[in-house]
Ligand binder design. Sequence first.
Ligand code: VGL
Ligand code: ZN
Length: 193
Amino acid sequence: MLALAATDALILVDVQNDFLPGGRLGVGDGDAVVPVLNRYIAHFRTAGLPVVATRDWHPPGHCSFAAQGGPWPEHCVAGTDGAAFAADLELPDDALIISKAATVEADAYSGFQGTDLADRLRRRGVKRVFIGGLATDYCVLNTVLDALDADFEAILLVDAVRAVDVEPGDGARAIDEMRAKGATTITVEDIAP
Ligand code: VGL
Ligand code: ZN
């Protein structure tokens, strides 16, 4: 059992339509994270703790798109339905929204990269972050590693992540790497009611 503390925050990574099955960069079983994240959100709301939602927020012609020579199909173009949060995600009205990779020339897999997320968390007294969402092997991985680099404790929500798995096993290897670098892992049942 794990009791939430006043210095905890929840970070939902890129739970956006384009990363759900049927989306432009659909992650297999990606929609399965939504009901589980809703349970984490309920725990954090009940405890009055901050909820952060990152989003991939690319301009048209972004460098990560295949037409520009990048590795991905066009996805999460700012303002489109594909970039919107999953309709079933129960995002609190006061959630902090962090948009990333919003200029054509740079990509950012981490919610900390090129944003003021670390400062905003520190200003709220946050010391430990709980991280889940999409995708395990890209934006979740890099957000967890950057959280650790910025001296936050990082807890990976293993029941609320799914991987792209460009190569089979990428998601499992990403989880191993996060653990090796100091992240711990929990499932929602581990949180004290
Ligand atoms: C992501 C690929 C490209 C992610 C974002 O959110 O994991 N993956 N852009
Ligand atoms: Zn992207």
